[in-house]
Design a binder for this molecule. Structure first.
Ligand code: MG
Length: 232
């Protein structure tokens, strides 16, 4: 653990995927399944990760459409959304991949943080999808507000959602936790210190660490259970 310390903020805003939730088998798998549906091709997780690392692909529908296009298949956006949502949320016959999400905070971690700071979420998910997951892991009561993609006019890397979460608490000192370049850029644009979460097992980890650091990350942690360690 580094010796780097910061004052405990009044508000901690969390990105969701890759920070609170491991989405390797849920969202990431849905991207792969959607691409396979339209192109017949199976892409590797690392191939998807490369797009995420580049930034600009916080929206998984847009990302799935772009990958299909890069593989030579032009697909209507609305068709991508329909298939993606069916695979992710499931239907009457098949359970969705959302069921495969893994909650990352260890028991008591968020509750301990919530004793000293307010907690909020700013995610690229639709708000109801964020709430589905928070409900499933009994964490809804810990976060206010939960700002989703449909609660903002401009998605990440625009800071609008982050700024609205901060304003909802009367502009306290704040940090933002995220795992992608778009998260870092949103924090930078909001003039909020950014802490990067980069799993020790992520493929291409050093590239992500470098890019988050170059875009203003004040610390990089392997997972959010290490967060309390950077507070004075
Ligand atoms: Mg994320």
């Amino acid at each position: 653990m580094s010796e780097f310390k910061i004052a405990r903020p009044g508000l901690i805003v969390f990105d969701m995927d890759g920070v609170l939730v491991n989405v390797h088998a849920s969202y990431r798998e849905t991207i792969r399944a959607t691409v396979q549906h339209f192109t017949g091709l199976e892409v590797e997780h690392s191939f998807v990760q490369e797009y995420k690392n580049r930034g600009g692909f916080n929206n998984d529908w847009k990302l799935s459409q772009q990958i299909c296009s890069d593989l030579g298949h032009t697909v209507e956006y609305s068709d991508v959304v329909e298939i993606f949502q069916r695979l992710f949320l499931g239907d009457d016959r098949t359970p969705g991949l959302i069921q495969k999400e893994i909650w990352l905070p260890t028991p008591g971690t968020l509750e301990a943080l919530a004793k000293q700071s307010k907690l909020a979420v700013f995610t690229g998910r639709l708000q109801f999808e964020a709430n589905l997951t928070l409900d499933r892991f009994q964490a809804t009561h810990l976060f206010l507000p939960v700002v989703g993609e449909d609660n903002v006019t401009k998605p990440k890397p625009d800071p609008e959602g982050l700024l609205s979460a901060i304003a909802a608490h009367g502009n306290p000192s704040t940090i933002y936790l995220g795992d992608t370049l778009d998260d870092a850029c949103a924090a930078k644009a909001a003039n909020v210190p950014f802490v990067g979460i980069v799993s020790l097992t992520l493929e291409g980890r050093s590239t992500v660490v470098e890019s988050l650091t170059a875009n203003g990350a004040i610390a990089i942690l392997p997972d959010i259970n290490h967060l309390a360690g950077i507070f004075q």
